[in-house]
Design a protein around this ligand. Structure first.
Ligand code: URA
Length: 430
């Protein structure tokens, strides 16, 4: 068969600042997935996109082509609206855990297909796997059944969803082309469109612990993804949220599950509750549920009830004790003061060094490893008070974690005033 295009022509055009046609993009993605277009050509194209960007129409074409490379789930038979959330990832970001059952407790289906952590940001499935017996991998039939019978599910995204993205993402990871907004936006949105949700809320984070450090770049990413979702027929909006400080008082796996259960029981840290409720309201609004009393469903036990049913449906025991670490190290305040700064990236890196995250995709995580934060910015401490507890299975990991925390926090004088920056900075709608 004669190929309709030559990859090198398309690379040259992108390199010189031109745009690619719809048919060209479809051919490229198909040919790259099949192996006809090689990694070296796709890497050159990704770099040209990184340097010269893409038009809105090109990004949509790329997203659609990646969706078409695999299976597309269809929940129209459920007879109720579907809504989901995607976070660009952060430190202590356990929001999916209380959010899924909270939103599903209003009768809206929540198919939350999630991933594992890589680097300093944690992965939702890694956290949930600290629950004894809990299974992340579900077949499509099981997924449908759980949505029908329970109303919500958090599980692993199957390999059949947007396989072109998986291949391209791995290539970008090794060629310095991850940070291109058209490529990030099409990568995230292709998976979410293929997942088949009708509504989607994006939690796009900025700050030291986020994928995008600068707020302006995060806003541009959010706008691009909202445009893509809208063009693809989804109800979509984004919240721009601050990730300069870890979310909540736990960073790790089992400890983040414990904190999420506290939120579901009507307690938990104020920032986790605030973000959970803000995202829940947004997800419900997009799915057509107005003025939902989300705080009431946390305080009243409806969200907890759904969580317990969802955990059981996936083989987990919601009453089982979570694993405890064998080694801990407490860092204490040397003087009285007020915590003025707690850098999300450094705390995420420290938790990763303790074993809470993985260096390579195939590595296991240590479910008990992580950090409990006894103090958050703005809170006072007395000399000798515990600031944070590091946990690991191997005490030799503490040294590297403590090194990551050097210079990562600041204790101001006891009379220092502190104004917490807003957590949810902006809403970006269609
Ligand atoms: N997450 C994704 O799924 N894709 C990207 O390109 C970046 C983050």
């Amino acid at each position: 068969m004669v190929e309709p295009f030559a990859a090198v022509d398309l690379i040259r055009r992108k390199r010189d600042g031109g745009a690619l046609e719809t048919a060209e993009i479809e051919w490229l993605v198909r040919s790259y997935t099949s192996g006809y277009v090689g990694d070296e050509q796709m890497a050159a194209l990704a770099m040209a996109i990184f340097l010269n960007g893409m038009e809105r129409r090109e990004i949509l074409d790329l997203t659609r082509a990646m969706v078409a490379s695999g299976e597309r789930l269809d929940f129209s038979g459920l007879g109720k609206p579907t809504t989901d959330k995607h976070s660009t990832g952060g430190v202590g970001d356990k929001i999916t855990l209380p959010l899924m059952p909270l939103v599903a407790s209003f009768g809206v289906a929540v198919p939350q297909l999630s991933g594992r952590g890589l680097g300093h940001t944690g992965g939702t499935l890694d956290k949930l796997e600290s629950i004894p017996g809990w299974r992340a991998e579900l077949g499509n039939e099981e997924l449908h059944r759980q949505l029908e019978e329970v109303g919500g599910v958090v599980c692993a995204a199957g390999a059949e969803l947007a396989p072109a993205d998986k291949k391209l993402y791995a290539l970008r990871d090794t060629t310095g082309t991850v940070e291109a907004i058209p490529l990030i936006a099409s990568s995230i949105m292709s998976k979410k469109i293929a997942e088949g949700t009708g509504a989607l809320v994006l939690d796009v984070k900025f700050g030291s612990g986020a994928f995008m450090r600068e707020q302006d770049r995060a806003r541009e990413l959010a706008r691009t993804m909202v445009e893509l979702g809208t063009d693809a027929g989804l109800e979509v909006s984004a919240l721009l949220t601050d990730m300069n400080t870890p979310l909540g008082r736990t960073i790790g796996n089992a400890n983040e599950v414990r904190e999420s259960v506290e939120v579901l029981a009507g307690g938990g840290p104020a920032d986790v509750v605030e973000l959970t409720c803000a995202l829940a309201r947004e997800m419900l609004e997009l799915a057509g549920v107005r003025d939902a009393d989300v705080e009431g469903h946390l305080a009243g036990g409806q969200a907890m009830d759904l969580w317990r049913r969802a955990v059981r449906a996936q083989g987990g025991d919601p009453d089982a004790a979570l694993p405890e670490p064998s080694e801990t190290h407490v860092v204490r305040a040397e003087r009285d003061g007020v915590l003025a700064r707690q850098d999300a990236y450094a705390f995420g890196l420290a938790a990763w060094r303790l074993g809470a995250g993985r260096a390579r995709k195939q590595d296991p995580v240590v479910h008990t490893a992580g950090i409990d934060l006894h103090v958050k910015p703005g809170e006072p401490v007395r000399a000798g008070d515990p600031l944070w507890t590091l946990a690991a299975e191997d005490g030799s990991r503490f040294e590297g974690a403590l090194a990551a925390l050097e210079g990562a926090w600041e204790l101001a004088g006891p009379d220092a005033s502190f104004a917490a920056p807003p957590l949810v900075v902006e809403r970006i709608g269609a």
